[in-house]
Design a protein around this ligand. Structure first.
Ligand code: HEM
Length: 306
């Protein structure tokens, strides 16, 4: 079973399309998803060295109509996470298209081809054009992605296995769009910013446990199972922004073999661990969207009767 390109080559450009399926659109969407790998090849082949890929995610609301039984064990709507001060909201989204390449024009051309096929079947409700900022930094100025697992560890982190045999090789993905209060962020010192993240800003070195604040982003996102093994996800966040309207953002995207891992991180961030000890990054960030999707294998999408 070939997985979709969840573990893509490093990209510098991405487009995130979130769509809701219109009444009567289900059959056409099933056909589009079956054709997606072919559409991607048509655009990617023009410039193979630029590594255009597209991952499609399917939301809980449309799964039964699209594919019926069996249902992926971990597929459910994104659950809002309400803390005392910040809430991870759930917003509409039946389909996610995660397009990545080393050139934005390739992403845009594939997005255009997908949109032609979506017409009359689904409505794009959110679209973000993201890019990698210098040194792989987020717009807050910190290197983002350092502690992602690599090689086999990455495969293990994102690939459904024997726990749901009908869907072995699949994955789950959670996306959230954040905008940052840059004025408030820049008003604090670099040392204070480092205490928010839990790593040094210029050198990207993790703080020792002795000095790392309990409410830093890193302290709350390093989680373990009951046997003390660290639970990994694979992130490929992108920066986005708009000078004219003053928005500066992070598009968070996390892949995992079990969405509960990402949900636990969100609980730590928004509710806090212990409750009340929430992630300080949220005092400088507002979350605007929240969706959860299942990522079937490429074969599953393609092998549907039309
Ligand atoms: C680590 C930024 C949201 C999970 C990091 C790092 C930065 C960062 C700078 C440190 C370097 C690295 O290892 O990548 C951000 C920003 C976010 C955001 C700007 C948007 C406000 C999230 C969310 C989650 C998450 C929503 C999970 C639900 C993680 C994890 C790590 C991490 C698991 C690695 C922890 C470790 O193993 O050291 N993030 N992040 N992040 N983030 Fe985020």
């Amino acid at each position: 079973m070939a997985s979709q390109h969840v573990l893509a080559e490093p990209a510098t450009a991405a487009i995130f399309l979130v769509a809701t399926v219109d009444d009567g659109g289900i059959d056409g969407i099933r056909d589009l998803l079956a054709d997606l790998a072919g559409l991607t090849r048509s655009v990617a082949f023009r410039s193979p060295e630029d590594k255009l890929t597209c991952v499609a995610g399917v939301g809980s609301r449309v799964w039964d109509g699209l594919y019926g039984e069996p249902r992926p064990a971990g597929l459910h709507p994104f659950q809002e996470v309400a803390g005392s001060k910040h809430t991870a909201i759930a917003t509409p989204g039946d389909l996610l298209f995660h397009l990545r390449a080393r050139r934005m024009d390739l992403c845009f051309e594939l997005a255009r081809q997908i949109s032609l096929r979506l017409a009359g079947l689904a409505t794009v409700v959110d679209e973000v054009h993201g890019f990698k900022y210098f040194d792989q930094r987020d717009v807050l100025g910190f290197v983002d992605g350092t502690e992602n697992p690599d090689d086999q560890d990455a495969v293990d982190a994102v690939t459904v296995g024997d726990e749901d045999p009908a869907f072995a090789g699949s994955s789950y993905v959670i996306v959230q769009k954040y905008v940052h209060d840059m004025a408030a962020w820049q008003a604090i010192s670099v040392e204070e910013q480092e205490r928010v993240i839990g790593r040094s800003k210029v050198d990207d070195i993790e703080m020792s446990d002795a000095v790392k604040p309990k409410n830093s982003h890193i302290a709350l996102n390093v989680i373990e199972d009951e046997d003390g093994n660290e639970l990994d996800i694979v992130r490929d966040n992108m920066v986005f922004g708009n000078i004219a309207d003053g928005s500066f953002g992070t598009y968070f995207i996390g892949y995992a073999k079990d969405p509960e891992v990402i949900e636990r991180m969100l609980q730590n961030m928004f509710i806090g661990d212990p409750p009340g000890n929430y992630d300080r990054i949220l005092d400088f960030s507002t979350v605007l969207t929240g969706n959860l999707y299942f990522v079937p294998t490429a074969n599953f999408l393609e092998d549907q009767p039309s």
